[in-house]
Design a protein around this ligand. Structure first.
Ligand code: AMP
Length: 114
């Protein structure tokens, strides 16, 4: 099966500004940032989206959730705060079919989003 864009980034076949990596996931700066800090946290496993995850992925998903706070802290997003977003499917505007968590911060944000 063809690698996703984010698998190619995780495998260093396509360059990206990495901010974190371990055996399960990578985090890199979004190429079109929607906030002063905009990082994508991506599992190495090419799950299409959060709705594709199964019980088999529970440990991986817990790992990602815990990394969100660590990465946000490392990027200086606390105590100000930050937003996490996971787009799933066309209606949400998902453009890369490989599960990823947006971590956005460095400015105040409105809720609800548009
Ligand atoms: P989504 O719309 O939720 O699927 O988010 C995909 C994100 O990937 C967008 O915010 C894009 O700007 C970002 N993106 C696309 N290509 C790259 C790339 N080569 N390096 C870093 N971020 C990228």
């Amino acid at each position: 099966m063809e690698k996703t864009l984010f698998q190619k980034i995780a495998d260093k076949e396509i360059p990206a500004a990495m901010v974190y990596e371990d055996e399960l996931c990578v985090a890199f700066r979004d190429v079109a940032p929607a906030a002063p800090v905009h990082v994508l946290l991506v599992p190495r496993k090419p799950l299409r989206d959060i709705a594709s995850a199964t019980a088999e992925d529970a440990e991986l998903l817990a790992h990602l959730m815990l990394k969100v706070g660590d990465i946000a802290r490392d990027l200086g997003l606390e105590p100000g705060g930050f937003r996490t977003v996971m787009n799933t499917g066309a209606d949400a505007g998902q453009t890369v079919p490989h599960l990823h968590i947006h971590i956005l911060g460095g400015r105040s944000m409105q809720w609800p989003p548009g």
